[in-house]
Write a protein that binds this ligand. Structure first.
Ligand code: ATP
Length: 135
């Protein structure tokens, strides 16, 4: 079994899609280990998205992700990292397939509703950042 960090980003919370996201991952067979609604301090957002620090969209991404409450989840299951990324669909919601969270529910690359860790190393780092008590 494996754990991954999932975020329902502020656009997803504002649009009332928290239940929809949790329903989809639970229906898939993934299990919730932790869940919390919180507004990210800038420092945590900058650490979370540290790999994008030099990208042109970084300031806008930090504004967006700190701009309202998000829901942080730790999700567990066999190949949970890959399983959730498949549920989420491609980063660009216009390219994400129908049946995926982003493909069905989003239109803009920044406001793409969810985040999921992309490797075991990122999952460990991100779970440590959001839920230090779990590590
Ligand atoms: P996440 O890390 O949120 O799961 P991802 O791994 O699919 O998304 P990344 O390439 O790591 O995608 O980008 C992180 C986030 O930055 C994206 O989810 C999106 O919100 C935002 N982003 C990525 N590319 C752009 C862009 N060109 N313009 C604006 N925002 C972007």
């Amino acid at each position: 079994t494996e754990r991954t960090l999932v975020l329902v980003k502020p656009d997803g919370v504002a649009r009332g899609l928290v239940g929809e996201v949790i329903s989809r991952l639970e229906a898939k067979g993934l299990r919730l280990v932790a869940a919390e609604l919180r507004t990210l301090p800038r420092e945590v957002a900058e650490q979370h998205y540290g790999e994008h620090r030099d990208k042109p969209f970084f300031p806008s991404l930090v504004e967006f992700i700190t701009g309202g409450p998000l829901v942080a989840l730790v999700v567990e299951g066999p190949r949970a990292i890959e399983a959730f990324r498949a549920l989420a669909g491609a980063t660009d919601p216009v390219k994400a397939g129908p049946g995926t969270i982003r493909g069905d529910l989003a239109l803009e690359v920044q406001r793409n509703i969810v985040h999921g860790s992309d490797s075991p190393e990122s999952a460990a780092r991100e779970i440590g950042l959001f839920f230090p008590a779990l590590t």
